[in-house]
Ligand binder design. Structure first.
Ligand SMILES: Nc1nc2c(ncn2[C@@H]2O[C@H](COP(=O)(O)OP(=O)(O)O)[C@@H](O)[C@H]2O)c(=O)[nH]1
Ligand SMILES: [Mg+2]
Length: 285
């Protein structure tokens, strides 16, 4: 598969804007994808956060299986707050607000002792398409921040009032280069990399390979795949099952690839975690 690299210019500006506003913030909400917590963790952002308290959200937890719980433990072990979240579900709001209140409780008490009633500020950061704007909208109770199921919807930083907190919605930012292409592919599967620069045939083949290793039974259930020995064979079985055959009898690989990736992103293959916490014991978030 071709190497994946994606670092558009607006991300450099976003990093600078975040750096400039960091000192105003009492903490950071760093949004990861529960299906790929390691791939969606951006070490470069951590440098911006410095010593601020970090609440990691393992977002889209509704699409992930119980392996995500192992990552909650790993992140807590690294000394940070962590919760699984489905930010499309209104009941998540209460859980997140409670967490933010707990993180700022000490500062609040100190302020109140001085007779001050101040607002606390959090920066909402993370790589593209993990759900940052959705989280901000959920907490503010308004559809103010534009969301969309693709990378690069938010282009500018923006403050939004969320009850007693002010949240800074930020554009997704990537590390300038991917030294681990296995993890970079996870970002392609979940839609964090602009689809326009991806070769979908490649993405589909690699995704099939990973799903066959992790969840063969789900591939059988959805696509009738039973022979996992070869990626191309699985790809063709999928096309056959879904009737993606061109005139002349050739497989319509393009439609097959789109259907697979779309099914994966929408959770139609089932609840999936591409990474295994047991492979990342001792990993520092
Ligand atoms: N299933 C599910 N979808 C989510 C969740 N959070 C966000 N989304 C969807 O993911 C897509 C990207 O969300 P957006 O907030 O624009 O991501 P951003 O690029 O990080 O700001 C949108 O289609 C959202 O509806 C979640 O917790 N669960
Ligand atoms: Mg956004």
């Amino acid at each position: 598969m071709k190497n994946i690299q994606w670092f558009p210019g607006h991300m450099t500006r976003a990093m600078r804007d975040m750096e400039e506003r960091k000192d105003l913030c009492d903490g950071v909400i760093c949004v990861l994808d529960a299906r790929a917590p390691v791939a969606t963790y951006n070490k470069n952002l951590k440098k911006i956060f410095g010593q601020k308290p970090i609440l990691y959200l393992l977002n889209k937890a509704d699409l992930a299986d119980s392996k995500a719980d192992g990552f909650v433990k790993l992140i807590e072990k690294s000394g940070h707050y962590c919760v699984k979240s489905d930010s499309t579900n209104v009941s998540t709001k209460r859980v997140l607000m409670q967490k933010l209140a707990a993180i700022t409780a000490e500062k609040r008490e100190r302020a109140e002792a001085k007779g001050l009633n101040r607002t606390f500020r959090f920066m909402v950061a993370g790589i593209p398409n993990t759900g940052k704007s959705t989280v901000v909208n959920l907490l503010s109770g308004q559809k103010r921040a534009k969301t969309g199921d693709k990378a690069g919807v938010t282009r500018d930083v923006r403050w939004l009032k969320c009850g007693e907190f002010d949240l800074l919605d930020t554009p997704g930012t990537m590390p300038p280069s991917f030294d681990n292409q296995y993890l970079a592919r996870h970002l392609a599967y979940i839609g964090s990399i602009n689809d326009d620069i991806l070769d979908f045939d490649d993405v589909a083949l690699e995704l099939l390979g990973e799903l066959a290793a992790l969840y063969p039974e789900k591939l059988t259930e959805r696509y009738g795949i039973t022979d996992f020995s070869e990626k191309l064979g699985m790809y063709e079985a999928l096309c056959k099952r879904r009737g993606f055959i061109l005139r002349g009898g050739e497989y319509d690989y393009e439609r097959g690839a789109k259907a697979l990736v779309d099914d994966f992103r929408k959770g139609r293959i089932g609840k999936i975690c591409l990474e295994n916490p047991s492979d990342y014991q001792g990993y520092e978030f």
